[in-house]
Design a protein around this ligand. Structure first.
Ligand code: PLP
Length: 285
């Protein structure tokens, strides 16, 4: 079965799913995106993802091309046409197609909209979570507005590749003050020796993950103490547990940071429980 993508009002086989060479997403990374988990064929936390999308578009002054409800219809259609039971759906909106010039097109052009979906291997993801992952730290050399979910991800690409070349799965960005900001495609968390769950406060130095937001509800419901603050790499090395969160991996335990073993080197009980319980707190639609 050929995969189907939505491109500017058309559902097309992947091989025919193209955007123009002068799309500003392609030339400048002038666009935003969202990734939603699909579970049992349903979108997880669609409302929150579409709210964040609207915020990202607003910050970049890109017009919302249609209502959130209309986008939701397209997301579902792409999921259904690709028969995704468990996987992800990807939505990208760019400022559109115009002769190459960094300034906004004047008059404005219609934004380009692309949606794709793909299945993920559930047993592989579960096996990964049961084993835990290794991460390496890299200097955070991104721009100052990573709270906007833009398609401009070159530092993330290079960080991820550096991690893989060092035998790790992902990278954690560290700012000039020695504090961990977040992962290359996930938010970063630790659990201190005293049992506090710590993740960086959401300012313009991290993406406010939807999984992160939902997990706060789970953490509160279980009566764990949360500290929303910067934490250093040294604190992370000494943590009882560590994990990352993202829509595609939910809660993924981290068992090694820069080659140092975290806790007893196995996924910790809190991260494992939060992973198991997460969907009780998420919205499925
Ligand atoms: N931080 C970065 C840099 C990301 O790319 C992502 C997800 O893609 C996240 C955090 C986690 O966000 P969410 O939980 O909404 O997937």
């Amino acid at each position: 079965m050929s995969r189907i993508a939505y491109v500017n009002a058309r559902y097309l086989p992947m091989r025919d799913a193209m955007v123009h060479v002068e799309d500003r997403g392609y030339q400048f990374g002038d666009g935003v995106y969202e990734v939603c988990e699909v579970r049992g064929g349903r979108l997880i936390d669609e409302r929150r993802h579409l709210e964040r999308l609207q915020r990202s578009l607003g910050e970049l002054r890109i017009r919302m091309p249609m209502s959130p409800a209309a986008l939701g219809v397209i997301l579902r259609e792409v999921v259904a046409r690709n028969r995704v039971g468990y996987g992800i759906v990807y939505l990208q909106i760019t400022r559109g197609v115009a002769r190459r010039d960094p300034a906004f097109p004047s008059p404005p052009v219609p934004p380009s909209v692309v949606v794709t979906a793909r299945r993920l291997d559930r047993s592989r993801n579960e096996a990964l979570a049961a084993k835990g992952i290794a991460v390496v730290s890299v200097p955070d050399n991104r721009w100052g507005r990573v709270d906007i979910k833009t398609t401009g991800l070159l530092p993330n690409v290079l960080a991820r590749q550096a991690a893989i070349e060092q035998g790790a799965r992902d990278a954690w960005f560290v700012d000039k003050g020695g504090a961990v900001t977040e992962g290359a495609s996930a938010n970063a968390w630790i659990i201190t020796q005293s049992g506090a769950v710590v993740t960086r406060h959401a300012d313009s130095a991290i993406l406010r993950g939807i999984t992160r937001t939902v997990l706060f509800d789970a953490i509160k419901a279980y009566g764990l103490s949360i500290e929303e603050r910067a934490f250093t790499l040294q604190e992370a090395y000494a943590a009882r547990e560590a994990f990352v969160t993202s829509a595609s991996q939910i809660v993924l335990p981290v068992v090694r940071i820069d080659g140092r073993i975290i806790g007893d080197g196995k996924p910790g009980p809190v991260a494992t429980a939060l992973r198991r319980e997460f969907h009780r707190f998420a919205e499925a639609g």
